[in-house]
Design a protein around this ligand. Structure first.
Ligand SMILES: Nc1ncnc2c1ncn2[C@@H]1O[C@H](COP(=O)(O)OP(=O)(O)OP(=O)(O)O)[C@@H](O)[C@H]1O
Ligand SMILES: CC(C)(CO)[C@@H](O)C(=O)[O-]
Ligand code: BAL
Length: 286
């Protein structure tokens, strides 16, 4: 399989920069798709969406240690590099950037991006150091690859807002593009962490999307926002989840909202089932 690949794999920032420079010299636009590997159809949707923005596509594959707390799943996070390269190749990706931790965080590394705004609350209440790690590594990737556009999934909706704000605030010359969530036929959002689910937990997992869909429909039909959110919380808990949060927020600032008049609404949830923590989100239709 791997002998037929046309994708090029590089491990250093200098190789990455050299390739991107050559493409730019030829007048080609570059899209970056940052990932932590264990690629699935959600990642492939990002790669395919990148095609409409750029002639060249770079995927980064790096399980970023600084976005995991010491108690989290860094060591057991799925790592499937050969299969990932096959999938990226089949999706038409030109270059895989696969740095190791020493390339990204050399001896003496001392800089972390500090965030407020959309990074406040939600995930941060449960993973307090997570977005500092994400923003720092994404800033590095954007400066290393210098892409015209970078693709992020709406599945990690708070991350998408944090990265969008960070790029704007730091004047990084890139367009951040959000890509709709790819789901299983029963509604479960694809995620690399779905492999952790036992068969029983997998059977219950679509309840997250069902609960959000019910709340979004109720609000869209004029129902009270907070009542709809409460009902969705009960649905998720009754399905066997332990809820971290289920909230209605402003779709861009992620500030709390109590009524539709306060802006476009996004419903966001994080909940644990068995040993697995899942997140999901949904727009309330206008
Ligand atoms: N189901 C999906 N639909 C669209 N984009 C997705 C989906 N799942 C992940 N992505 C996006 O792919 C990019 C890389 O995500 P990552 O490698 O963390 O995969 P993941 O499946 O989200 O894994 P994790 O279990 O760590 O959340 C992110 O921008 C993420 O939002
Ligand atoms: C954006 C990202 C690749 C940064 O490590 C990661 O948070 C992810 O996969 O969503
Ligand atoms: N997709 C978000 C990466 C993380 O949970 O660490």
């Amino acid at each position: 399989m791997s002998t037929a690949r046309t994708i090029r794999t590089v491990h250093t920032v200098s190789e990455l920069r050299e390739q991107v420079k050559a493409w730019r010299a030829a007048g080609e636009r570059v899209a970056l798709v940052p990932t932590m590997g264990a690629l699935h159809a959600g990642h492939v949707a990002l790669m395919r969406a990148a095609r409409s923005h750029a002639e060249r596509i770079v995927v980064s594959i790096f399980v970023n240690p600084t976005q995991f707390a010491p108690t989290e799943d860094l060591s057991r996070y799925p790592r499937t590099l050969e299969a990932d390269l096959d999938k990226a190749d089949a999706a038409g990706v030109d270059l895989a950037f696969v740095p190791d931790a020493a390339e990204m965080y050399p001896e003496g590394f001392s800089t972390t991006i500090s965030l407020t705004g959309p990074a406040l609350g939600l995930e941060t209440d449960f993973r307090p150091t997570h977005f500092a790690g994400v923003a720092t590594v994404v800033a590095k990737l954007l400066l290393q690859a210098a892409p015209d556009v970078a693709m992020f999934g709406e599945k990690d909706y708070q991350q998408l807002q944090v990265v969008t704000r960070m790029a704007r605030d730091l004047d990084i010359p890139v367009r951040i593009v959000g890509v709709p969530t790819v789901r299983e036929s029963d509604g479960l959002a694809l995620s690399s962490r779905n492999v952790y689910l036992s068969p029983e937990d997998r059977a219950a997992a679509p309840e997250l999307h069902r609960a959000l869909s019910g709340a979004a429909a109720a609000i869209a039909y004029g129902g009270n926002v907070l009542s709809a959110v409460d009902a969705a919380r009960r649905t998720v808990t009754a399905a066997g989840f332990q809820l971290d949060y289920l909230e209605a927020r402003h779709a861009e600032t992620l500030a709390p909202v109590a009524s539709r008049e306060q802006g476009p609404i996004r419903l966001l949830v994080a909940a644990r089932i068995g040993a697995t923590r899942l997140i999901d989100n949904l727009a309330v239709p206008d």
